[in-house]
Design a protein around this ligand. Structure first.
Ligand code: DC
Length: 221
């Protein structure tokens, strides 16, 4: 099986680029952030805030996360309910960042991610795929873009979905999440030593897809 790790900060364009590239390669695209978001959603629904002042292990015991591919698109399920849309709100984003810093949560989702890579050719998008989840991935990329560019993209994406959001809030959310994701003790966001850097600032989506696809094809063929 071929596994390609795609790590990088929130909103760098990983998911849209990876979806396009995975389609061209005939690989499945795994969005691991959606798994953390699904876990975070459960904590939100239980009424906890991002301080997570609770017995995390006990809450995890009440959670079953599933991932299914419907017409090539990934859907995530929380105890059997498709929550693929609900996990995209700003509240769910902040909660995903909070739960993702907790070791029991990372351990809870680890095997599920590895199993997907054992059984499929995958393009796996996350923060610690090349460093922790798939240290032996066939190829590893670290995808970045400036905070301004990432905030603008996320703002447009949420507006297109009809969500009532403010650019400044999104900008601050991204800054906060970058800080949290790169400063947590466990599996912080950082490039694997053997990862290839890819800055998407200023590229159109199609340009990024073409560049990444070429970098992959040059290396796996
Ligand atoms: O990629 P995303 O924005 O949907 O991710 C949501 C949160 O989950 C983000 O704050 C970081 C965290 N995350 C993580 O810690 N490890 C991953 N492999 C993927 C996401």
């Amino acid at each position: 099986m071929i596994s390609i790790a795609l790590d990088g900060p929130a909103g760098a364009g990983k998911s849209t680029v990876a979806k396009g590239v995975a389609k061209e390669l005939g690989f499945i695209y795994v969005d691991t952030g959606a798994l953390y978001r699904t876990v975070g959603l459960k904590f939100l629904r239980e009424g906890y805030d991002t301080t997570l002042d609770c017995d995390i292990e006990a809450v995890l015991k009440t959670i079953e996360v599933d991932i299914k591919f419907i017409d090539g698109a990934q859907h995530v399920f929380l105890n059997g309910e498709d929550v693929s849309d609900e996990i995209r709100t700003p509240d769910a984003s902040m909660m995903a960042s909070a739960v993702s810093a907790k070791p029991p949560v990372r351990a809870f989702l680890l095997e599920m991610q590895r199993k997907l890579a054992r059984e499929n050719n995958v393009l796996m998008d996350g923060r610690d795929i090349g460093t922790v989840v798939l240290p032996n991935a066939t190829l590893k990329f670290f995808v970045t873009a400036t905070v301004e560019e990432r905030a603008t993209r996320r703002y447009k994406e949420l507006c297109e979905k009809g969500m009532d959001v403010k650019y400044d809030d999104i900008y601050k959310d991204i800054e906060t999440r970058d800080y949290n994701d790169s400063h947590r003790e466990i599996a912080p966001l950082k490039p694997a030593e053997d990862s290839i850097m890819f800055d998407t600032t200023g590229n159109t989506l199609q340009e990024s897809i073409d560049i990444l696809l070429k970098m992959i094809k040059d290396r796996i063929n």
